[in-house]
Write a protein that binds this ligand. Structure first.
Ligand code: NAP
Length: 283
C-alpha cells in the first residue's frame, strides 16, 4: 500500500504542509500522498490514541493538538520530551512515536540563511511568549546562547516560560515586558520576533532599530507577508535578516524522511513554489 501522511489540526485548511510534502513527493518520485485531515477537539484524544488504525503512516500536528498528540505517543524523541508537545508523528511496529521539529527547523533556517550566526553570539532578544517561542527558546538553549532577554506584551507569560525552562537554563532567560525592548536591544546579537503583532491589520511592533548592534541578526517567525514590517525595519537599519519561511520548510524535513524514506532538500525551487502560494494569501 502506498504511504499516506497527513497534517492534523483544527482548523487545518490553511496549512502549507501539503504543498511542501507534495512538492517533495513529486520531486523524488515517491508513490505516496500527503493530505489535510481536520481533527476536531472532540475526536482528538481518540484519533491520536488509535493512530495505528487511521491508515496513515504518520502526521504533522498543528494547533490545538500538539499536547494531545504528545500525550498519546508510546515513545517520544528528546525534543518532544523537552517541550511537552509534538508536531511530527510516525509509527514503529504499530507504536506511535512523537517528535518536535520546530526547534531544529528554526536553527536549520538560521544556519542555512546566515551561516555562522551563532559564533560569538552571546545574547539574544526574543519578543513573544506564545507556543512558537517555546521552540525558539529550546533552540537557543541547545545552541548554547548564554543569555536571552524574553519580552512579552503580557509579562506574566514571559515569566511562566522562564519557569518552564528553569531546570535546563537557570539564570539564562531574563523575562520582562515588551516596553523593555529599547533598553535591551543594544546588547542583542540575535533579535527574534515570535509575536503575531502586525497580523490581521493590527499595528506592528515599534522597534528602535537604530539602537541595535549593526552586526546583529534579525529574524521574524511570521512569513505572511514574507517581508514583515519587523524585517523591513531591521533591514533599513542595515541589519542582516532571515525571514520565517525557512523555519516552516526546514521543520518539515524530518517527517518526510520518516514517512517516505528520503531526506528531502530545502532549496530555492521549493521556496519559490511555496512563495507563489503565499502571494495569493491574505495576511
Ligand atoms: P501564540 O501562541 O498565539 O502567541 C502570540 C504571541 O504574540 C504572544 O506572545 C502574544 O502576546 C503576542 N502578540 C500578539 N499580538 C500582539 C501585539 N499586537 N503586540 C504585541 N504582542 C502581540 O502564537 P504562536 O503560535 O507563538 O505564533 C507566533 C507567530 O509565529 C505567528 O505569526 C505564527 O504564524 C508564527 N509561526 C511561524 C512558524 C514558522 O514555521 N515560521 C512556526 C510557528 C509560528 P500576549 O501573550 O500578550 O498575548
Amino acid at each position: 500500500m502506498r504511504p499516506i501522511a497527513c497534517v492534523t489540526g483544527w482548523p487545518v485548511e490553511h496549512s502549507r504542509s501539503p504543498l511542501i510534502h507534495r512538492f517533495w513527493l513529486a520531486r523524488y518520485g515517491v508513490e505516496g500522498d500527503y493530505v489535510a485531515r481536520p481533527v476536531s477537539p472532540d475526536e482528538a484524544a481518540d484519533f491520536y490514541g488509535s493512530f495505528a488504525a487511521s491508515g496513515f503512516v504518520g502526521a504533522n500536528v498543528t494547533l490545538p493538538h500538539k499536547e494531545t498528540a504528545y500525550a498519546a505517543a508510546h515513545r517520544r524523541m528528546a525534543a518532544a520530551e523537552r517541550l511537552g508537545a509534538a508536531n511530527t508523528l510516525w509509527l514503529e511496529k504499530g507504536e506511535l512515536v512523537a517528535d518536535n521539529t520546530d526547534a531544529v527547523g528554526f536553527l536549520a533556517s538560521l544556519d542555512s540563511a546566515a551561516p555562522g550566526w551563532a559564533e560569538g553570539a552571546e545574547r539574544a532578544l526574543v519578543l513573544g511568549a506564545g507556543g512558537a517561542t517555546r521552540a525558539v527558546l529550546d533552540a537557543l538553549i541547545e545552541r548554547g546562547i548564554e543569555k536571552v532577554d524574553l519580552l512579552n506584551r503580557t509579562e506574566k507569560r514571559a515569566h511562566e516560560l522562564v519557569e518552564f525552562f528553569a531546570p535546563r537554563a537557570a539564570g539564562r532567560l531574563v523575562p520582562g515586558p515588551l516596553e523593555a525592548a529599547e533598553k535591551v536591544l543594544p546588547r542583542a546579537d540575535l533579535i527574534v520576533n515570535a509575536t503575531s503583532a502586525g497580523l490581521h491589520g493590527a499595528a506592528p511592533l515599534a522597534i528602535a532599530w537604530k539602537k541595535a548592534k549593526p552586526t546583529a541578526l534579525a529574524t521574524d517567525l511570521t512569513y505572511v507577508p514574507l517581508m514583515t514590517p519587523f524585517l523591513a525595519g531591521a533591514s533599513e537599519a542595515g541589519l542582516a535578516t532571515v525571514d520565517g519561511l525557512g523555519m516552516l520548510l526546514h521543520q518539515a524535513v524530518p517527517g518526510f524522511e520518516r514517512w517516505f524514506g528520503v531526506v528531502p532538500k530545502v532549496d530555492e525551487e521549493l521556496r519559490r513554489h511555496v512563495l507563489a502560494d503565499l502571494a495569493r494569501a491574505v495576511p
